[in-house]
Design a protein around this ligand. Structure first.
Ligand code: NOJ
Length: 489
């Protein structure tokens, strides 16, 4: 029976007068052992709403040379001096490959009902294609069994950026049509093997990020800065990989297997909530996501997108667009910030995106602008613009300057503030009938944050990388209360 927090649970610190939980209440796992009861003013989510956390293979697994795993472009990139902050890499990361049972235990302690993880393509196909590695899926088989044994529904992402290096070397990765083809073969193979237990598959994660940062700006693997026309073609190939994988999963998966995508759409927030600005935000949603989400959800590039690209527009066939637009069962969106604030243009159909003022607030990273309403408008736009009726928030969270206090606990009130406000807006969406079915907090653990290395901590569990000890932060306790109440607390 959960107990209500009483004054006994709090103690005034001697010096500053700040409130603190008593140390005995919050040591290690004890931080999660206590239960916090939602208040009468809690705002509820629909019954059966799924609560989970999200991670990705290269960011947490480590064990990069175990059981025949091939190299990925992130192994290569992170070992080039100067590419990643502090020259960090994912060789060990959270060693989740060996510690996964305990990590599922952390989820159980939260009361989580789902978990989104990604499968490492080079574990399964060390060369990206050809013969599968016989031991390649063993780890995921065991992970999925462990999740199901603990009542946690697995959601698997097939591509979270760890492209097999062999494909980069032999065909130029996403620059070639051979890569979407290979991706579909891998996706079908995994679906055939896991769909007896995994019912939801995401094709690729954050198309925008891995293409623009990896092939455009050169700050993510493989570190290329392609000219615009070639970049447009790489984008198109990622979309094609998605469409081909949707078809392969449908062909190979057991009946009832569902497939969707996980994209960080640019969320368009109407600057003022009046019909004309909301309408403008809808138009903006299609046009400002035209290179990725719109293409996949409509099977076409918009006229404005093609006109703006001009001679640098991607080359494509009608058949390819049909494949790219293959019907989906659900759509996942990763939302950290508002992409654009949008206003109506006086008297004319259309929209204007408003530049962010320099004073716009953000979390630890400059890019992580604080705009909780993105978690309302993102799903509402998906539903109203494209008619999506099964939506998951596949990532939401923040990094913080997390430092354990003397009692070992990270009192990450900024993360709690961030989550509470974003969840409040998500609750508003569900209360208004927007069909959001689940939420995956990024992330279960502190982990390898790509070019930022281990500097940016996104976890609700603090990881001591020297010992691999995991300690729940105060935000884990907050999230546990949210899950227990199925409500914003
Ligand atoms: C989105 C990416 O999918 C994930 O890998 C990353 O760690 C988070 N954003 C935070 O930047």
């Amino acid at each position: 029976m959960p107990t209500r927090l009483t004054r006994r649970d709090f103690a005034m610190t001697a010096g500053g007068g700040a409130l603190a939980f008593s140390a005995s209440d919050l040591t290690g796992q004890a931080a999660l052992a206590a239960a916090d009861t939602p208040t009468a003013t809690s705002r509820s989510f629909p019954p059966g709403f799924l609560w989970g956390t999200a991670t990705a293979s290269y960011q947490i697994e480590g064990a990069v040379k175990v059981d025949g795993r091939g190299a990925s472009i992130w192994d290569t990139f992170s070992h080039i001096p100067g590419k990643v902050r502090d020259d960090a890499n994912g060789d060990v990361a959270d060693d989740h490959f060996h510690l996964y049972r305990g990590d599922v235990g952390l989820m159980t302690a939260l009361g989580a009902t789902s978990y989104r993880f990604s499968i490492s393509w080079p574990r399964v196909f060390p060369d990206g294609r050809g013969a599968p590695n016989p031991k390649g899926l063993d780890f995921y088989d065991a992970l999925v069994d462990e999740l199901l044994a603990n009542g946690i529904e697995p959601f698997a992402t097939l591509y979270h950026w760890d492209l097999p290096q062999a494909l980069e070397d032999t065909v130029g990765g996403w620059q070639s049509k051979a890569t979407p083809q290979a991706f579909a073969e891998y996706a079908g193979y995994v679906a055939a093997r896991l769909s007896d237990r995994v019912k939801h598959f995401f094709t690729l994660n954050e198309f925008w990020t891995f293409i623009e940062l990896g092939y455009g700006y050169g700050v993510h693997a493989p570190g290329l800065k392609l000219p615009p026309g070639e970049l447009a073609q790489a984008r198109h190939h990622a979309l094609l990989g998605h469409g081909l994988a949707v078809q392969a999963i449908r062909a190979a998966g057991r009946p009832g297997t569902k497939v969707g995508l996980a994209e960080n759409i640019g969320v368009c927030v109407p600057a003022i909530e009046t019909p004309e600005h909301i309408e403008a935000a809808k138009i903006a949603t299609r046009e400002l996501n035209a290179g990725y989400a719109t293409a996949m959800l409509e099977g076409r590039y918009t006229d404005a997108f093609l006109a703006a690209a001009g001679a640098d527009a991607p080359k494509f066939t009608a058949r390819e667009m049909q494949i790219i637009g293959s019907p989906l069962d659900f759509v996942g969106i990763n939302i950290y910030n508002p992409g654009h604030y949008v206003r109506a243009t006086d008297g004319e159909p259309g929209f204007a995106a408003i530049p962010f003022p320099a004073s716009f607030p953000h979390m630890q990273s400059d890019w992580l602008r604080i705009g909780p309403e993105a978690l309302y408008w993102g799903p509402r736009m998906l539903h109203e613009v494209w008619g999506v009726d099964e939506i998951y928030i596949t990532e939401n969270g923040t990094s913080s300057a997390d430092v354990p206090a003397d009692d070992g606990i990270v009192y990450d009130t900024d993360r709690i503030m961030y989550l509470r406000n974003y969840l409040g807006q998500l609750q508003r969406a569900t209360a208004e009938g927007v069909p959001v079915k689940g939420y995956f907090l990024w992330s279960l653990l502190d982990n390898f944050e790509w070019a930022d290395g281990y500097h940016n901590r996104f976890g609700i569990h603090y990881v001591d990388y020297a010992t691999q000890a995991r300690t729940p932060k105060l935000s884990a306790r907050f999230y546990k209360a949210v899950i227990a109440g199925n409500a914003v607390v």
